[in-house]
Design a protein around this ligand. Structure first.
Ligand SMILES: Cc1ncc(COP(=O)(O)O)c(C=O)c1O
Length: 327
């Protein structure tokens, strides 16, 4: 491919959970409960203390909810289960039965909406308002930013691990985006830690190109398509506004990938050449590599990004293969 080195941060094994999302939702649920206890007693309890049920009188009535394409919902469900709270997850029509089952297995109730991810977000907001439930969303909207920030803070764990595990660090980062939370964590954290900072490339499905379109417009803008994509975690029509000041400003290049790249790229990760370790990836997980392959086939793009034999490229396999086999 004409590059120096490619490293994949493999989130397929994260906590036996199968996606980087395990890092965000659980932390945000803890953060809500610990600040409620903190407000009452002027002392914030540790994760373990909340898990043990200290101050149950304050935490027990919290009902957590979120909209999700599957992975974030599983994380919020896991958090609610750890702390013993009721949890209700809104899923779009397209989310796989395996992902729904994995959410139910963590004790949450599931409500399917007749529409896509953005429809699920709207429905979740309506029901939460009507019932007094607490939303743990990974996407933000005006006036709702603290919890999405907590979620993104959780994701930075994986970036810190990259920095520790790969001392020279990357020269180029291909990161996939749905609403932009993962990209904001990766880009923001590396930007703060490296001087000069790496070149950042944000990758999206063609039909869910809200970041590509926002960059063109110079402000948050909707996707040009209907977000009908096999890359469920990236199937978003709108960006998370709180991520705009990071992803909108620091990304060097926005690109899309066509659907027919997904299966070949997953197969390549599953059956690599030259003794590289096999990696189980889900449709959204392989998107960074699909973007890199596309750039490597296009001489002008390759040159514009200053890729060469000295380049060290970081990719993130953001999810494993949850019952969606890459043959
Ligand atoms: C596997 C996977 N990769 C990437 C993303 C994109 O993350 P974000 O929506 O924060 O951009 C998601 C989001 O659900 C996901 O589930």
């Amino acid at each position: 491919m004409g590059l120096g080195e490619i490293r994949v941060k493999d989130e397929s094994q994260r906590f036996g959970f199968g996606a980087f999302k395990a890092l965000g939702g659980v932390l945000a649920v803890y953060s809500k409960l610990s600040s409620a206890i903190g407000e009452a007693y002027h002392a914030s309890p540790s994760f373990e203390e909340v898990m043990k049920g200290n101050h149950r009188e304050i935490t027990k009535d919290y009902v957590f909810t979120t909209a999700s394409s599957g992975n974030h919902g599983r994380s919020v469900a896991a958090g609610a289960k750890l702390f013993g709270n009721r949890c209700i997850i809104f899923l779009p029509k397209f989310t796989s039965a395996e992902k729904e089952a994995a959410i139910r297995a963590r004790g949450a109730e599931v409500i399917r909406v007749d529409g896509d991810y953005d429809t699920a977000v709207a429905e979740c907001r309506r029901e939460a308002e009507a019932n007094g439930w607490t939303i743990i969303s990974d996407t933000s909207w005006p006036g709702y930013e603290d919890t999405p920030r907590d979620v993104m803070r959780g994701y930075t764990v994986l970036v810190e691990e990259v920095i520790r595990q790969w001392p020279p660090g990357p020269t180029h980062v291909f990161v996939q985006a749905g609403v932009g939370g993962l990209a904001a964590s990766v880009i923001g954290y590396l930007w703060a830690r490296y001087e000069p900072r790496p070149t950042f490339i944000v990758v999206e499905p063609e039909s869910a190109d809200c970041w590509f379109q926002s960059n063109r417009a110079g402000k948050p803008a909707p996707a040009s398509g209907n977000a009908d994509t096999s890359m469920g975690g990236l199937a978003c029509r709108e960006i998370s506004p709180v991520t705009w000041p990071v992803v909108g400003l620091a990304t060097d290049w926005f690109m899309t990938i066509p659907e027919d790249r997904v299966m070949p790229t997953r197969r390549l990760l599953a059956h690599p050449i030259d003794g590289d370790p096999a990696i189980a990836s889900g449709p959204s997980g392989c998107a960074g590599l699909a973007g890199l392959l596309r750039v490597c086939e296009d001489g002008d793009a390759f040159e514009a990004l200053h890729l060469d034999r000295g380049s060290r490229v970081l990719l993130i396999n953001s999810e494993g293969n949850l019952g969606e086999g890459a043959a």
